[in-house]
Design a protein around this ligand. Structure first.
Ligand code: NAP
Ligand code: MG
Length: 483
């Protein structure tokens, strides 16, 4: 089976975009165009909304027995497991992430997310609530309606699964607008929905630009909720536009997460955690540990070990088993990352490793060296702005209070980590850090059961876990007069 690239998936059918325009999808590892997808616009979004509304308002989905929905969502998980090698190939070809990461880590987690929410389809319920003797009062938990999911390019299918699985399991219908650079796994998933026998209109994919296609979804009165993952800047725009129709909104935005190593930590473990924190997926991770705070007594020793380990990370072809870091997603992203490196140098940070384009193979591809800065201060641009690439800012600190305070001194609050052998210190820091996830002596762990999302300008709403049930249901109070 091959992906029906070049068309939109609306109402259970593959349809052409009205504009007839195409968007090229580039493989960042070799700069080849791997596909061209349809450039959907307002008129296409209109058709998708009509289809999704029909499937919700009069179609079978919201009225289906929860157990039946559960088995269809479980079937999606089975098919995703079956097609994992193919989905992983597509993901790697459009993102540059290693085949190991896409096939052995991300797809299996996405499969688990579908299974987890298939389980919830039959377990979400209202409550009977006492009010007065002359009334019988209870609540119902109902699906919100048509959900538009707008997703980024760094974990294209995984982050889509965090939205699609709970939304569908709880009886909503979905329109997915993937990032323009990475639409292929979304389209392949549409075929999987067909194969699973999902009723028409329950799941739709509209590819196209954020400003046209994405914005049309945000403004559309027929869309009940927007679930967005992406940059804080676009999140703000979406929030403003969503006000027009008081849309339900969940926003997973950027981060500048502190990774704080205290002097009593296991230094080797902290070094491994620092590397995973910043170089996993080439640093294109919203929760990347991009600010590494190191307590002064161990600073020199830790930076030396970090340099030595960074030198062992193989940058190269993402399909090669020995590669730890593939190319960043695009030429534009590479330029932006390298511009930040220049800003870091100009503002007085000390470049201790990397800092340039990496030469791989025939010179094609957007490869960037793993990059480590030392002697960074929290007010430098590279410590304040999200780089979204393999660039680490190391910031020495004096004591517990100043480490945690500087960690919190950011507009973001997505994640944080602390490294220490002292349980009290770890738990005190975990309580004080203003972030949606805190890791202790580890980094970058995720599970369908653990809610994920941001404090402050990293967004609001928690995906995954039981918290996501609130994101995809409305609560209704019912009063029955007994007098
Ligand atoms: P982005 O530019 O914000 O784009 C995200 C999605 O929004 C894409 O599908 C994009 O479409 C669409 N979009 C762009 N402008 C829009 C508009 N005006 N209205 C509606 N939709 C619009 O982010 P990105 O560059 O793809 O991803 C990087 C960012 O995502 C980083 O800041 C990162 O921190 C954040 N992120 C956060 C999380 C999290 O869980 N908190 C996870 C991953 C990434 P186009 O592709 O067509 O522009
Ligand atoms: Mg963008």
């Amino acid at each position: 089976m091959t992906v029906k690239i070049g068309q939109l998936f609306i109402g259970g059918e593959w349809q052409d975009a009205q504009s007839g325009k195409r968007i090229p999808v580039m493989n960042p590892a070799n700069e080849e165009i791997v596909a061209e997808v349809a450039a959907g616009e307002e008129a296409d979004v209109d058709r998708a909304v009509v289809a999704a509304r029909r499937a919700f308002d009069s179609g079978p989905w919201s009225k289906m027995a929860p157990s039946e929905r559960a088995s269809l969502v479980w079937k999606l998980a089975d098919l995703l497991a079956k097609y994992t090698p193919e989905m992983a190939e597509l993901e790697t070809s459009q993102t540059g992430k290693t085949l190991f990461d896409s096939g052995k880590i991300e797809m299996p987690v996405a499969v688990e997310v579908f299974r987890y929410y298939a389980g919830w389809a039959t377990k979400v319920h209202g409550e009977t609530l006492p009010s007065r003797p002359t009334a019988f009062t209870f609540t119902l938990r109902e699906p919100i309606g048509v959900v538009a999911a707008i997703t980024p390019w760094n974990f294209p299918f995984l982050l889509a699964s965090w939205k699609i699985a709970p939304a569908l399991a709880l009886g909503n219908t979905v329109i997915l607008k993937p990032a323009s650079q990475t639409p292929l796994t979304a389209l392949r998933f549409a075929e999987i929905c067909q194969e699973a026998g999902l009723p028409e209109g329950v799941f739709n994919v509209v590819t196209g630009s954020g400003s046209k296609c994405g914005m049309a979804l945000v403004r559309h009165p027929g869309v009940d909720k927007v679930a967005f993952t992406g940059s804080t800047e676009v999140g703000k725009q979406i929030m403003r536009e969503a006000a027009g129709t008081i849309k339900r909104l969940s926003l997973e935005l950027g981060g500048k997460s502190p990774n704080i190593v205290f002097a009593d930590a296991d230094v080797d473990a902290a070094v491994r955690g620092a590397l995973t924190g910043i170089f996993y997926n080439k640093g294109e991770v919203c929760a990347a540990g991009s600010r590494l705070f190191v307590e002064e007594p161990i600073h020199d020793q830790l930076v030396e070990k970090l340099k030595a380990k960074a030198a062992t990370l193989t940058v190269g072809d993402p399909r090669d088993k020995n590669t730890r870091m593939g190319p960043v997603v695009s030429a534009e992203q590479m330029k932006s990352v390298l511009d930040y490196v220049e800003k870091g140098k100009r503002e007085g940070a000390k470049l201790v490793f990397g800092g340039a384009r990496a030469n791989v193979g025939n010179g094609k591809g957007f490869y960037v060296q793993p990059t480590v800065f030392d002697n960074v201060t929290n007010d430098m641009t590279i410590a304040r702005e999200e780089i979204f690439g393999p660039v680490l800012s190391t910031i020495p600190f004096k004591d517990f209070e100043s480490g945690v305070a500087q960690g919190n001194a950011t507009i973001y609050g997505l994640a944080a980590a602390v490294w220490t052998r002292d349980i009290k210190k770890a738990l005190r820091a975990a309580k004080m850090l203003r972030a949606g996830t805190v890791w202790v002596n580890t980094y970058n762990l995720y599970d369908p059961n653990l809610p994920f999302g941001g404090f402050k300008q990293s967004g609001f709403g928690r995906e995954l876990g039981t918290q996501a049930i609130d994101l995809y249901t409305e609560t209704k109070s019912v009063w029955v007069d007994l007098s």
